[in-house]
Design a protein around this ligand. Structure first.
Ligand code: SF4
Ligand code: SF4
Length: 257
């Protein structure tokens, strides 16, 4: 099993068993809190930040400032947001005496654990109506035991799993589009200052331009459209890019950061 470092999601190996929402897997959590320690890899998405912003009654920018690290993916060149860790054990900033302080609003990647998910490879575009549903995978963890049988939907009972699946497809697609655009911008040509301005625009549209009292999905769609318009304008100002080699068809998830 490999983690996609750009999105924090898990990819699957060919032979791993996959589950749909109604399929059952055996796992009981012993609530030891160990999966919330030694974590520098808790990459979160805008829907996670939105949920946390509602939980705290704050803006998404506040959540990123206070509880997250913001970085630029070394390969993707796209802004990435990770939960902060604290202390010698590198514990998640929300771990409170072995319990998750934001339990019912925790990031979806945490709610999934020990499951991971992937979108099966397809000829179609991710996010289009006919794209297949995500497949869930039980990661080979050493914790817990197999005394409890849960369907994937039961495991995620605090979440609207159908909306989460829809968002996951659209997020993968949006992330890949942003990554492709950022790959066409050469920092050596435009300079650090302009590059920083573009990262700022991408950050705001991806992670901050939301009113948490309104519907998330509507705003997410509006933000991706707004970002595309900005990209068209930036491309017009920067002039035509050098033609690049056509890219090979990729795996269902974007390449690593
Ligand atoms: S998922 Fe595993 S590591 Fe995390 S709290 Fe449960 S038993 Fe502990
Ligand atoms: S958000 Fe909660 S469940 Fe996720 S790593 Fe932090 S403490 Fe653990």
């Amino acid at each position: 099993m490999e983690q996609n470092k750009a999105t924090g999601e898990m990819g699957k190996n060919e032979k791993e068993e996959t589950f749909g929402l109604g399929d059952a897997f055996a796992f009981a959590c012993q609530r030891c809190g160990k999966c919330c320690q030694n974590r520098g890899d808790l990459i979160i998405n805008p829907k996670d930040i939105f949920r946390l912003a509602r939980f705290f009654g704050r803006s998404m920018e506040y959540i990123v400032d206070k509880y997250c690290d913001f970085t630029i993916g070394a390969t993707s060149n796209v802004p990435i947001v990770r939960l902060k860790t604290v202390g010698k054990r590198n514990a998640c900033v929300f771990l409170d005496n072995k319990k998750c302080f934001v339990h019912k609003s925790k990031p979806f990647i945490c709610a999934l654990f020990p499951l991971g998910r992937d979108i099966p490879r397809t000829d179609g575009e991710i996010g289009e109506g006919e794209a297949p549903a995500p497949a869930y995978i039980l990661q080979p963890v050493k914790c817990g035991d197999s005394s409890q049988l849960n369907t994937v939907e039961e495991w995620l009972v605090d979440y609207d799993v159908h909306e989460e699946e829809e968002f996951f497809r659209l997020w993968m697609r949006a992330f890949r589009a942003v990554m492709e655009f950022m790959g066409s911008v050469d920092e050596k040509e435009i300079g650090r200052e302009q590059m920083g301005a573009i990262w700022q625009v991408v950050f705001v549209y991806l992670y901050a331009n939301y009113d948490v009292s309104l519907d998330f999905m509507t705003q997410f769609t509006g933000n991706t459209e707004g970002l595309n318009k900005h990209f068209a304008e930036i491309a017009r100002v920067l002039g035509p890019a050098e033609p690049s080699e056509p890219s090979e068809p990729t795996d269902s998830l974007p390449p690593l950061v």
